[in-house]
Design a binder for this molecule. Structure first.
Ligand SMILES: [Zn+2]
Length: 389
């Protein structure tokens, strides 16, 4: 045929891939192009998508997430150059620069569950919030309120479902889709249908979706699912002791907004997520000998405040903000500022929550943390109380 039309074929790029399930052995057949025996390969890249012999798309998702990681690197540079950017700008940049690479052709492979993309998205959020890699992902995801990567993939699939439904039957793609629906075993449509069932209930049937689906509704349902998962998981992390006191709803937090500088945003985020340098956190890496002489992690109740050399008070967020006598001068300014805003200053977890959440209080809270942390550093170094500034 090719000879007849004087068509040349790039034989180095012409390969054979045998798509099959994992139990089926690869074919023994030989495939020839003229005299040339074609190589049978495990993966093949076509139009930017990596197809593997078992159609798991794992290699594809991994490669795309790596490319997305490189795009994220550019965002790091922009963020540094612009001395930090606000939430809306950062979200826009991420969605327009990183997501299109990460979710390239996710309509095809997005029915599967991959974690690679979540790693990239978490890295982006950590960079924006200014927290370390030891910060619990759930906390930063909850504060940022971005849809999860699984949510984004499923949205792509649902959007494509609608496109297929609306295609005229004369189109080849539509015919393949209709055929795929008939097979419905480990096919794209069976997996897409599974997603729809998790959203609309197990008692729904294919017929319920053959007129197309309401994408807005899908997005709402996916967001609800994100929130449900988050609520279920959040209780499992002891690190989030303070966080859980005031954070009950998944969604964008005030402190992520532009009125706080990058450095201030980071101070608040660390205090909320339990990753500041307080001993309750660093004590995890301290060891003590138990009764049997074995080394064990220093228990939380023994992570006492070394700054005021307390014999009973654990250095946690509450102690740092309301109790530690070493920060008296900083606290006086905090109390003054709180009362200036018409609020009552009192030692309470309620106020702690408000200080780390409410827009009018965040700035003065960040000022306190900044000032008190500086004092803390000086005390740690010199072992004495610094002079007030
Ligand atoms: Zn103390």
């Amino acid at each position: 045929m090719c000879a007849k039309w004087r068509l040349k074929l790039n034989t180095t790029k012409t390969k054979i891939i045998h798509f099959r399930n994992k139990k089926t052995p690869v074919t023994n057949e030989e495939f020839l192009f003229g005299e040339l025996k074609l190589e049978i390969v495990k993966i093949y890249k076509y139009l930017g998508i990596i197809f593997d012999e078992h159609l798991t798309f794992e290699e594809c998702a991994k490669t795309l997430s790596k490319a997305a990681g490189r795009k994220l690197g550019h965002l790091f540079v922009i963020n540094r150059k612009l001395e930090g950017i606000g939430y809306n700008t950062f979200t826009k940049l991420y969605e327009s620069r990183v997501d299109p690479v990460a979710f390239y052709a996710a309509t095809v492979w997005g029915t599967k569950n991959f974690k690679f993309h979540e790693t990239i998205q978490n890295r982006a959020i950590r960079m924006f919030l200014g927290v370390s890699k030891y910060t619990t992902n759930l906390a930063i995801q909850g504060d940022m309120g971005w849809p999860s990567t699984s949510n984004k993939m499923k949205t792509c699939v649902c959007r494509f479902w609608n496109r297929l439904i609306k295609l005229p039957t004369s189109r080849l793609t539509k015919q393949i889709f209709l055929n795929d629906l008939k097979v419905r075993k480990c096919t794209w449509s069976s997996q897409a249908l599974k997603i729809l069932k998790t959203l609309y209930g197990e008692d729904t049937t294919l017929n319920d979706f053959m007129e197309g689906i309401n994408l807005q509704q899908v997005k709402t349902k996916l967001n609800e699912l994100d929130e449900e998962n988050w609520k279920r998981e959040i209780v499992k992390f002891p690190k989030l002791r303070t966080y859980r006191l005031f954070k009950t709803k998944f969604g964008k937090e005030n402190y992520t907004q532009q009125f706080l500088s990058k450095n201030r945003r980071s101070l608040i985020a660390q205090m909320r997520t339990g990753t500041s340098n307080l001993r309750i956190e660093t004590g995890r890496y301290e060891r003590q000998r138990n009764q049997n002489g074995q080394l064990e992690i220093l228990p939380a109740e023994k992570r006492l405040c070394k700054i005021c050399e307390s014999i009973e008070k654990v250095e946690d967020e509450y102690h740092f903000i309301f109790e530690c006598e070493k920060y008296r001068s900083a606290r006086a300014i905090l109390a003054f500022n709180i009362e200036k805003l018409g609020k009552k200053y009192e030692k309470s977890t309620d106020l702690l929550g408000e200080l780390l959440t409410e827009k009018i209080l965040l700035k003065i809270m960040a000022d306190y943390i900044d000032y008190a942390m500086e004092m803390r550093k000086t005390i740690e170094k010199k072992g004495g109380e610094p002079l007030p500034p």
